[in-house]
Design a protein around this ligand. Structure first.
Ligand SMILES: *[C@@H]1O[C@H](CO)[C@@H](O)[C@H](O)[C@H]1NC(C)=O
Ligand SMILES: *[C@@H]1O[C@H](CO)[C@@H](O)[C@H](O)[C@H]1NC(C)=O
Ligand SMILES: *[C@@H]1O[C@H](CO)[C@@H](O)[C@H](O)[C@H]1NC(C)=O
Ligand SMILES: *[C@@H]1O[C@H](CO)[C@@H](O)[C@H](O)[C@H]1NC(C)=O
Ligand SMILES: *[C@@H]1O[C@H](CO)[C@@H](O)[C@H](O)[C@H]1NC(C)=O
Ligand SMILES: *[C@@H]1O[C@H](CO)[C@@H](O)[C@H](O)[C@H]1NC(C)=O
Length: 273
């Protein structure tokens, strides 16, 4: 029993040591990759990586660590720095990150579709006031620790993924001032939502959605079938009359061969087509 306990403690200790060493090395790499992937015209990210002491990155502008003497990033606050670039995928190596604020910069391009693999422990995500485009990834619903999601003032389009209702810790979601359309997800009433200034969001508090895509498709298919039926009726009628014309011609030929009969019956001949 004592032996088991010893091994157990040893196991825990090595796991802890491993995770610390691993995370601190990769967190430095994370910031290096991040800096290299972003255009920083105002040189806000004057991060110097020559000091390898634990905790050195915790003094960097915008970087907040779990502990001041440990290179493990808790939050990245890079708001309003005039940064230009796409979503910095390098932050996947800040593996303990819980807060990311990239608001009020010039970020463009899509939010990665595997966002939950890049920032799995995120509680606060602020991408507002940028130029992010494309759809809100369904995978965001897998960021299960998410408390606040701020996406306002971007160029996001498409529908808001219904799966986001599975974010049980969500307190606030703001998607105002984008190009979103379609029905809004049925969030719990305690979730603070903001939807203003989009292309065509509807449902819930925003009022009933116009005829859904499926409904419209039904109307289109219905009209198509009606059209086909009408055309069939017309073609059928024309064929009916033209088929009557053939015997009429045949009859005419017979009558022509019989000249004396033509003289009598010619007056009665009726042209159909
Ligand atoms: C390196 O960083 C540590 C922790 O932030 C600091 O105490 C130390 O003075 C720094 N060393 C140099 C040479 O800047
Ligand atoms: C984004 O870039 C444009 C020019 O490309 C600039 O006019 C604008 O101020 C920038 N916005 C921010 C928030 O930095
Ligand atoms: C994360 O770190 C690993 C090495 O630990 C590296 O191979 C990988 O390219 C890094 N990921 C990104 C997106 O930079
Ligand atoms: C977004 O891009 C447009 C041009 O495409 C630009 O005028 C605008 O300043 C950008 N917005 C931000 C917040 O950078
Ligand atoms: C979405 O998240 C799940 C779980 O985190 C992951 O397994 C899956 O590969 C992700 N989807 C994409 C498109 O990356
Ligand atoms: C996310 O997806 C991109 C390709 O779209 C891939 O290169 C990257 O490795 C993925 N990141 C993770 C953490 O799965």
């Amino acid at each position: 029993m004592a032996k088991f306990k010893f091994y157990y403690i040893f196991f825990l200790q090595s796991l802890l040591l491993h995770s610390i060493c691993h995370s601190t090395v990769t967190d430095v790499l994370c910031l290096k990759t991040l800096k290299a992937s972003i255009n920083d015209p105002n040189n806000f990210l004057n991060w110097k990586f020559d000091n390898t002491t634990e905790g050195s990155i915790c003094k960097f502008t915008g970087v907040e660590c779990w502990h001041q003497n440990e290179n493990r990033v808790l939050n990245l606050r890079l708001s309003n720095m005039g940064l230009v670039g796409t979503f910095p995928r390098g932050i996947e190596n800040c593996s303990s990150l819980t807060g990311l604020d990239l608001s009020s910069n010039n970020f463009t391009g899509p939010i990665p579709t595997n966002i939950s693999k890049i920032i799995p422990f995120i509680t606060s995500l602020d991408l507002s006031y940028n130029n992010f485009s494309g759809e809100i990834p369904v995978n965001l619903s897998q960021c299960s620790y998410l408390n606040t999601l701020n996406l306002q003032y971007n160029r996001l389009s498409g529908e808001i993924p219904w799966e986001l209702i599975h974010l049980t810790r969500l307190i606030q979601i703001n998607v105002a001032n984008n190009l979103l359309s379609g029905p809004i997800p049925a969030f719990r009433s305690s979730v603070k939502t903001s939807y203003v200034n989009n292309m065509g969001l509807c449902g819930g508090s925003l009022g009933e959605c116009p005829e859904s895509g499926k409904g419209r498709m039904g109307v289109i298919i219905g009209s198509a079938i009606a059209g086909v039926v009408i055309v069939a009726v017309i073609v059928g009628s024309v064929l009916f009359f033209c088929l009557r014309k053939v015997p009429a011609k045949k009859r005419k030929k017979e009558l022509e061969e019989n000249r004396w009969a033509k003289n009598i019956k010619g007056a009665k001949e009726v042209k159909v087509c």
